[in-house]
Design a protein around this ligand. Structure first.
Ligand SMILES: Nc1ncnc2c1ncn2[C@@H]1O[C@H](COP(=O)(O)OP(=O)(O)OP(=O)(O)O)[C@@H](O)[C@H]1O
Ligand SMILES: [Mg+2]
Length: 183
């Protein structure tokens, strides 16, 4: 995939399929250490141990509509090509954590892509799920928690057009401040 945001969307889709109610997305851009970390954690059903062993095998999937599961193996490929790798931790009934590492400056490391669009899409299509988004860049941080936003909305649906418009501006501003004109 040409953008990391598309991988994130794809991996979060696995969490949603695993009936997670809370999904934590964490991005750390450590420029000094030349390390980019993307972590997606959910409280879904978890992955059985024997399945974990071949989960990034491109021919392994539990889906029935098509024989090949691609999401995790593609993410691993992208990470490895960028001087990094992929780790999956999971516990049945507790949840799953997928962590991808990249050499930040690697020529093959895809750009972040449309993070704002990805977050808005996830929130708009899954108003009953909760998401946190934590993004570190240098010594700055952008953080968003839909549970906090919902509390402030006092019953107004988070996926109403006006709310999504406000949320889009909030994310845009947050990411601009995070990158401080660099990004
Ligand atoms: N967060 C998760 N929680 C529980 N099971 C998961 C999770 N992520 C992946 N899995 C399991 O691992 C399998 C492989 O995931 P992967 O994303 O690689 O392929 P897929 O989702 O089956 O197909 P695709 O992503 O190509 O649509 C899934 O079918 C699912 O059984
Ligand atoms: Mg998938």
């Amino acid at each position: 995939m040409r953008e990391l945001s598309l991988h994130i969307l794809d991996i979060v889709q696995n969490s949603i399929s695993a009936t997670a109610s809370l999904i934590n997305i964490y991005i750390n851009e450590n420029l000094e250490g030349d390390l980019l970390t993307i972590k997606i954690r959910d409280n879904g059903r978890g992955i059985p141990e024997e399945q974990l062993l071949h989960i990034t095998d491109p021919f392994y999937t539990t889906r029935t509509t098509r024989e090949v599961g691609l999401g995790l193996s593609l993410f691993r490929q992208t990470a490895r090509r960028s001087g990094g790798g992929l780790e999956i931790k999971s516990q049945i009934g507790a949840g799953t954590e997928v962590t991808a590492f990249f050499a930040h400056s690697h020529i093959d490391r895809p750009p972040m892509g449309d993070i704002k669009g990805t977050l808005l899409t996830l929130i708009a299509l899954n108003p009953d799920l909760d998401f946190t988004y934590q993004h570190l860049y240098r010594d700055r941080e952008f953080f968003l928690d839909t549970r906090v936003i919902k509390e402030e909305l006092e019953g107004i649906e988070i996926n109403q057009q006006a709310v999504l418009g406000w949320l889009g501006e909030f994310i845009k501003k947050g990411l601009e401040d995070l990158y401080g004109g660099e990004g």
